[in-house]
Design a protein around this ligand. Structure first.
Ligand code: COA
Length: 702
């Protein structure tokens, strides 16, 4: 059944409408009345004949009319009786305020499950339990105890935490931000975050969706709903807590480097969700998206009445990856012709000290008509505050809505006083240039995401059967760690170039293999008990003749036996030395909610020390893979520097796409590292120098 009837009922009953001012049931009834809801309002309380001037009924069944929405303000132990009564009044929606469910532990979780099943049988959509209710300004319905009715607007806030719902309402009021809806989803027993996204995406009253979430239960559904919603309108989410991915034991580099929160970042990026890190930025972004159009590019014009503030703004713009846009020819000419009247044609435009408000207007108009300017940042310091209202009024008169304009009015109380007028006129106001720039950046990124080309995931021709055989055999025998030999076998079947090599179990065999494939060779210990073989002296490179091959075999096995007594040594892998190139790491770690997360990083200190790595959810497109590379700080190294030629970035992207295909095809691969992946110049084939994988146990072995 649709959620819409819940938000747009013709009649509302409050069961547990208390006679006592201050109790939750009383507050909800009072809020519904005070909010101005025009439908029928029916208090239910067996102990009262009338509450707040309305006739009161002993039970739902006795109210003698149909009720679309029932708000249960009774303790948890009585909620079932309310649900049982709902069919008598043909109710379609139920809000359960009571706590005492899943949030209290396993017993509460069972009660919650029973409540959901009961509601489903009664064809009721359930909001909560353990929630504050909701506010819908479109029909003046405040079915909550969150606070007073906010002004109407086009931003909808939804929150998992009831307490933070009240905070959000307070912050919205403080910022004069009009709301379409405020929804406390509570324990999300029936109506989930995903349902809210799907509903709000189509809700005509909502232009900007803002959410606070503590967990996401189904990663796949979330990505789909968020992407659909974000394709329609901006979705801004503040997410607290972390996934369990970061907690699980991991042996791969990729797994270790993936922070507990990486999967959410990757999921939000994929689905176009704008992520806010604090409540401040949640509201900063919401007000920009609500009041201003999206930028067409990233050229920003700064207009300031203080040089220092202008420099701060310019720094913030550049740090955010946008450009401080220079003036066009026409403006330069105009400035030369009227040197007394107009500011200098430089960016930031410094209109100086306590200027006439009209100068701001001239500068804003010039920026609005300059086709090279995509966004405008107005910075104002209190020097002009002798005529604050006049300055603010002058500024708002000239906003033509063609490109985004944000204002950073620096200072304290005086600037806050201007907020109401500025926001009413559609100008988002920030306390610092940095916060205004962060809002512009969020808008620019969202605009770019909306223009993204259609996603086409390449399917490579691979030997899937071979991998199936290797993996199922390993799972059956419980040997879930795939070292270099088997790892390379799997990767070879998925089109990776693996150096020629073979396993030797004696020094003689090692030399035979080396002679056959040709020197120089690499020799590596093969043992299911050794994960980091080079740390233990289990890797020798550039072995260049028969004698050293023989000695290396003996020395290596001796050393390893001493260092790791009892380690099962299967032999030494002898393979052709890879030709020189740049060492990078590509890999995958599987997030329980969001699936395979691909990783790229440049080898050596870039990964080990600087942790300069990026992640992306599979399946990945070529363009997304290249974007992954570009987003690392070490990307310049891939392009070549100091006379060195660059490496084949398309080949790295292809490696990432192949891992994406492999790990999407085989969900039993939990982790995978190709480290190092040696990449050469354009056109050369990158080489898997070492590889490792971890498989999931077969279900019955869990
Ligand atoms: N039908 C209708 N009304 C009934 C009733 C029934 N079968 N049985 C009792 N009532 C009346 C009570 O008499 C009382 O009215 P009164 O104050 O006029 O006597 C009213 O309903 C409320 O019942 P009461 O038992 O007093 O409940 P309460 O107000 O103490 O607590 C909750 C109810 C839901 C607020 C409480 O149980 C709870 O869960 N609190 C936590 C809520 C919360 O934090 N939610 C999450 C927010 S994020």
């Amino acid at each position: 059944m649709s959620i819409d009837t819940l938000f747009n009922p013709k009649s509302v009953a409050v069961v547990g409408a208390s006679r006592t001012d201050g109790k939750i049931g009383h507050t909800i009834l009072a809020n519904i009345i005070r909010g101005g809801f025009q439908g029928a309002i029916i208090p239910i309380n067996p102990a009262a004949k009338e509450i707040l001037g309305l006739p009161c009924f002993p039970s739902l069944g006795e109210c003698g009319q149909e009720v679309d929405l029932v708000v249960s303000a009774l303790p948890q132990s009585l909620v079932k009786t309310v649900v049982d009564e709902c069919p008598k009044v043909k109710a379609k929606g139920l809000i359960v305020i009571a706590s005492g469910y899943q949030e209290t532990g396993p017993d509460g979780a069972i009660l919650e499950q029973e409540l959901v099943e009961l509601c489903t049988r009664r064809e009721l959509r359930l909001l909560g339990p353990n929630c504050l209710g909701f506010i819908n300004t479109a029909n003046n319905l405040n079915a909550s105890f969150a606070g007073d009715m906010p002004g109407s607007g086009d931003v909808t806030l939804f929150s998992q935490s009831g307490a933070l719902c009240s905070v959000m309402l307070d912050m919205a009021n403080d910022r004069h931000m009009g709301l379409a809806k405020l929804v406390s989803v509570g324990n999300k027993a029936d109506i989930s975050g995903v349902d809210m996204l799907a509903y709000l995406a189509k809700d005509d009253d909502t232009k900007v969706i803002v959410g606070y979430l503590e967990d996401i239960v189904s990663g796949k559904n979330f990505i789909k709903a968020a992407e659909d919603a974000a394709s329609n309108k901006p979705v801004i989410i503040l997410k607290s807590g972390t996934t369990s991915a970061g907690l699980k034991a991991t042996v791969s580099h990729t797994g270790i480097l993936a922070g507990a929160d990486t999967a959410y970042g990757a999921a939000f990026k994929r689905s176009g969700v704008i992520r806010a890190d604090t409540f401040e930025s949640l509201f900063d972004f919401a007000s920009a998206f609500s009041l201003q159009p999206l930028p067409k590019g990233n050229n920003v014009r700064i207009i300031t009445n203080a040089g220092g503030a202008g420099i701060m703004a310019a720094d913030a713009v550049e740090l955010a990856g946008m450009k401080v846009q220079e003036h066009g020819q026409n403006e330069r000419k105009a400035a030369i012709q009227q040197p007394q009247k107009i500011f200098k044609p430089v960016n930031p435009v410094d209109i100086l000290g306590d200027v006439d408000p009209g100068v701001y207007v001239t500068a804003i108009k010039a920026a609005q008509t300059d086709s090279d300017v995509d966004a405008i940042l107005i910075v104002l310091t209190p020097q002009a505050m002798k005529r604050p209202a006049e300055t603010a009024s002058a500024i708002v008169t000239c906003i033509d809505g063609t490109k985004p304009i944000v204002a950073a009015f620096m200072g304290g109380h005086e600037t806050t006083l201007l907020r109401k007028e500025l926001v009413a006129a559609g100008l988002p106001l920030y306390k610092s240039p940095e916060r205004a720039v962060a809002a512009l950046k969020a808008m620019g990124e969202y605009a770019a995401w909306k223009k993204r080309p259609p996603r086409t995931v390449t399917r490579f021709k691979v030997n899937r059967r071979r991998v199936e055989r290797i993996l199922s055999r390993r799972q059956r025998t419980g040997m879930l760690q795939l070292g270099e030999v088997k790892g390379k076998d799997v990767l070879g079947a998925y089109g990776f170039h693996v150096p020629t090599g073979a396993l030797a179990s004696t020094a003689e065999e090692a030399t035979e293999i080396a002679e056959r494939i040709g020197y120089p060779v690499a020799m590596k210990i093969v043992s299911p008990d050794i994960v980091h073989k080079s740390d233990l002296g289990g890797v020798f490179l550039n072995v260049s003749n028969r004698e050293s091959a023989e000695d290396t075999y003996d020395l290596m096995t001796l050393k390893i036996r001493k260092k790791v007594p009892g380690a099962r040594i299967e032999g030494v892998y002898v393979e052709k030395m890879a030709s020189k190139g740049l060492e990078v790491i590509i890999g995958m770690t599987r997030d329980p909610q969001f699936g395979p997360m691909l990783m790229f990083g440049l080898g050596g200190i870039f990964v080990e020390v600087m942790k300069d790595v990026t992640f992306h959810l599979a399946p990945i497109t070529e363009q997304e893979a290249i974007q992954m590379l570009k987003s690392t700080k070490s990307y310049a190294m891939l392009q070549g520097r100091r006379g060195q030629s660059g490496v084949d970035v398309v080949a790295i992207a292809s490696g990432l796409q192949r891992i994406s295909q492999l790990t999407t095809d085989f969900p039993q691969i939990l982790e995978l590292d190709i480290n190092p992946f040696i990449v050469g110049e354009f056109g050369s084939e990158p080489v898997v120098a070492d590889a490792r994988m971890t498989l999931a146990p077969l279900p019955e072995e869990k």
